[in-house]
Design a protein around this ligand. Sequence first.
Ligand SMILES: *Cc1c(COP(=O)(O)O)cnc(C)c1O
Length: 376
Amino acid sequence: MINVMQPTLGQEELDAIKNVFESNWIGKGGLVADFEKMYAEHLGSTPNRVLSTNCCSEGLFSSMFLCDVKPGDEVIVPTISFVGAGNAVCANGSRLVLCDVDPRTLNARAEDIEKVITPKTKAILLLHFGGVPCDMDTIMPLAKNYGLKVIEDCAAGVCSQYKGHALGTDGDMAMWSFDAMKILVSGDGAILHFKDPELRERADKWLYFGLEAKSGYENSVSQKWWEFDISAYGHRAIMNNVTAAMAIEQFKKLPVFMEKREAVHNAYNEGLKDLEWMELPTPLEEGTKSSFYFYHIQLKNGKRDELARYLRERDVYTTYRYFPLHRVPYYGISGNFSGADYAADHTLCLPMHQSLTSNEVQMIIDMIREFGNKYC
Ligand SMILES: *Cc1c(COP(=O)(O)O)cnc(C)c1O
């Protein structure tokens, strides 16, 4: 079976984990701090704006508290979003307001967002679909105009850039995921970025019970180091030296991963470009960089599901991401989301990972062409 996504792990990660075992401390420690520093540099930011946590979803949930979103406030989320984004808003007692997206890129545009802004809107929780940047040059001024917080779900944008800077550094807060299905994988783990270093300080406490001092050692004032105070009903959501050890080794491999993913992307582009029954991913906007997390095609002839089945019967696994939140009955939201509906009914994500060989990619292209010859 050819997987749609797959991690690339090796001896380097195993060796690093072995070292953690031998250090006799597997909890949060120096390696987590090292990883945060590396990532801050990778973002072209500073360590006082970067913080790790146990998963990107925790970042989504915590963003509500950290960005002062209150119960009753409205938060705009593109309907093509990760389900954790919708849950984060609703679990906070806030109102989930969905907006439509561009049918081709599956990213929300400023005009989609503006249509659903009301006096109660407090924040926008954006998704950069597949790590392809939204048009921040129009979204940021819109947010500023209406005084809205901007939270960026960059889960899949580990190496994405927007006009000369790292994706995720425009908004008040952003998060990247390192779960088992992402590009840089550490089992679980995530990085958060905050525009304001003070918010990072607040997050640091919030993600560890809201504790005012992290351990007795650091609490020099107290004679009794087991005493503590809290400043909020915070969570416990941290990385540890095992996940950080993996993350650091994976981080070093990112340039190679990106090269491979881009090569797969280009091979699909080349192999499928003359097929009139499908549309290929929109070329990137000038000055932006993708992380090539997805390679999504769109079938114009309504045969997306047939193609998915055809490939699956031949051991090639494909999928569609992300199921629109307005079609999730539990949220109880309806409306006109024609861009998202088009995307959800026509888009197919082809296998995309750094272990795909050029033979496998060619085989997938051949199968798709064969499907076209038979049925399109
Ligand atoms: C994977 C993913 C998440 C969740 O990340 P976790 O680290 O698994 O919590 C959030 N948003 C998007 C867009 C994702 O793809």
